[in-house]
Design a protein around this ligand. Structure first.
Ligand SMILES: [Zn+2]
Length: 196
């Protein structure tokens, strides 16, 4: 492959990224070293900073550099509504609609038994505690309309029902199999208004 250990280590490190195989990892490594040394430095610095300082919000689990994220801290948000999304990207999509003023719980994933992701990995215990805190009046399930997203919504809904809560689900305007992140904002806003 190559005769430098540092280059091999870089290629192996790049392969840790999702969807990156040997060929792509080699291409990225060669590009950085051959054409973009400043970029390589920037990337190294950014990775170092982010991995050292970005944590999960202790309330909603999204990424933040503070103990509690800006959204959870925002006193103008409606604390009676809690919207459950899979990822920070899905949360951003909800935010961009401008139609939602409540708080979030970000699962940072979805139930996926085949990949070994179970209820504990998604912090569902914490979600249920939060849903039952007396402040939250409505839990809106906004997981994606994929098989895994639906299964995740089902498990959360069952967990909430056993605790006497009735969650709502985004309406079916969102196309089956789609991820919120890629759905147009008007569709999400409608699905939010029409939730059941
Ligand atoms: Zn938060």
């Amino acid at each position: 492959m190559s005769d430098t250990n540092a280059l091999d280590a870089l290629i192996q490190a790049l392969r840790r990224l999702p969807g990156v195989g040997v060929k792509s990892a080699q291409r990225m490594a060669f590009h950085l070293l051959q054409h973009d040394r400043p970029g390589a430095q920037l990337l190294a610095q950014a990775l170092h900073e982010a991995s050292a300082h970005v944590h999960h919000c202790e309330r909603c689990h999204t990424f933040t550099e503070a103990q509690v994220c800006a959204t959870c801290e925002d006193v103008r948000r409606d604390r009676s509504q809690l919207c459950v999304v899979e990822t920070p990207a899905d949360q951003s999509a909800m935010e961009r609609t401008g139609a939602y003023k409540g708080l979030y719980f970000v699962l940072m994933g979805k139930l996926s038994p085949l990949d070994g992701v179970g209820p504990n990995d998604l912090g569902l215990k914490k979600l249920f505690e939060r849903a039952c805190d007396g402040v939250v009046q409505e839990v809106i399930l906004a997981t994606n309309f994929t098989a895994e997203g639906e299964a995740t919504a089902y498990v959360i809904a069952e967990g909430l029902k056993t605790r006497g809560l009735r969650p709502t689900r985004l309406a079916r305007g969102v196309p089956v199999g789609s991820e919120l992140e890629y759905v147009d904002l008007g569709t999400i806003a409608h699905a939010l208004v029409d939730r059941r």
